[in-house]
Design a protein around this ligand. Sequence first.
Ligand SMILES: Cc1cc2nc3c(=O)[nH]c(=O)nc-3n(C[C@H](O)[C@H](O)[C@H](O)COP(=O)(O)OP(=O)(O)OC[C@H]3O[C@@H](n4cnc5c(N)ncnc54)[C@H](O)[C@@H]3O)c2cc1C
Length: 404
Amino acid sequence: MPYYGWDEDHLSVVRGSIQRFCKENLSPEYVRWMDENCDFPPDDLWKKLADYGLFDRSLSSSPYEYLIVQEEIATASVAVMLAVGASIGFGQGFIAFLGSPEQQKEFLPKLAQGEVKMCMALTEPGGGTDILGSLRTTAVADGDDYILNGQKIFITAAHVADYLVVIAITDPKAEDKTKSWSVFLVDAKTEGVTINKISKLGIHACACTEIFLDEVRVPKENMLGPENRAYGFLLGRSDSPKKSKSGSASKGKSALNALLNVERVGTAMLSLGIAKAAYKEALQYAQEREAFGKQIGQFQIIQNYLVEMAIQIENARNMIYGTVSRALAGQPSVMQAQMSKIVAARASEYCAIQGMEILGGYGYTMEYDMQRHFRDYKQMVFAPITDEMAINVIARMMGLPKSY
Ligand SMILES: Cc1cc2nc3c(=O)[nH]c(=O)nc-3n(C[C@H](O)[C@H](O)[C@H](O)COP(=O)(O)OP(=O)(O)OC[C@H]3O[C@@H](n4cnc5c(N)ncnc54)[C@H](O)[C@@H]3O)c2cc1C
């Protein structure tokens, strides 16, 4: 599976290593147990992931290696990979991009060791898609501090986070709302912070939460990045047809690096994991289950389902890996990141639904894992961005008029 000249020999060693790790630490029985009993991966597993080096891979080693590792972990347990992305990846992205040298010195090593967890608190009850229109949380300067007030919803892993990365309005009078947000690193234990878990359908072993911020006092030095410029860092869509001053090479890199663009690719990888897990189980079942004296895998329609699953998986994988390759080569990649998110979410949907079909009645029971994939895939369709909104973004990048 050569991707754009990657060192396949080296990557196959990486893949072998992470597959062994998953076999030892993320067996199907253990993953099922986590789904039924945990709202976050247990501490001993977290320590093993840290010892494996998973948490510093995203910053220190080759991005290709990290993709392979993500793919294998997400296939073994999407909840674990989501937990890593939400509580380590987000934190690393914000601190590495926006943190001061002191903040980087303090937090990056702790994140890499798994000693600190963070989460990203952007979405609010007024709506996640029209986030610019719905964000209400405010941060008002008061002496050496800011005072934060507001509410966040659906925030993954805040219940275990040591620090919340909170996006708040610092310039309520700004005519251009894209120049009104700032990012704050909030100690989760600060007075006035209340975090409640929200029950959800799938990916149980990585819960989401609502957060109330009531007169929360945050020191000024905990602002991440420049005041009023958070929107550009989060959603900077610099892949416009216009030429950037810095030239195309840095344009592509900075575009993929827009923090939420990285998240699109990460989410696509989670979807790919769900799709692969559902496909593997359906294929095995089709080779074991018999009807009319034959393997059900001998029936043409079952073969069609399985082949279509394999095609969609390969398609999604190519798109994800291709997007990252483009970004690393300095090519525009924002549109491809959105497309990857959609294609991979659709692959997870197809594989989970057709996987249920192939398992027949057993797929619907809690005895088999297919029901988990069926519950898990749905989160991938609308988080972190809905497929509808990702399509809007692509349409605009194609030069079509804004539809909303
Ligand atoms: C389990 C889970 C985990 C999450 N984790 C996080 C997290 O860690 N941090 C965080 O900040 N947020 C998180 N989110 C929030 C997530 O990003 C939002 O749910 C998502 O952006 C959609 O927002 P919404 O749910 O308010 O839907 P809405 O914005 O209310 O949209 C409802 C429907 O209307 C459609 N719609 C809206 N506008 C348009 C339009 N212009 N064109 C076409 N269709 C449109 C949407 O596509 C959707 O189908 C999470 C959500 C969930 C459910």
